[in-house]
Ligand binder design. Sequence first.
Ligand SMILES: [Zn+2]
Length: 88
Amino acid sequence: MTQIEDKFALESFGFLARLNYYVIKKGEPMAVPKQKTSKTRRDKRRAHEALTPPAVSLCAKCGEPVRPHHVCDNCGTYAGRQIKAAKE
Ligand SMILES: [Zn+2]
């Protein structure tokens, strides 16, 4: 293919044609999807990818934010008991 034909090939065909073109040009075997994934299908797939904020409660002793069921990082207590040394 000449330079002009290459440019024509890239501009006149869609996403998959361009993808296939690069696969052929590189000469390496590669799995190529048969059809482009629509924005709707892509976004439906990502519907479950939302992040949930971490659960945070306040330490009963010092009032610092702590993860539930974890020793307080600030004062070292858990359920009223001293588990480890308090942070200075
Ligand atoms: Zn604490």
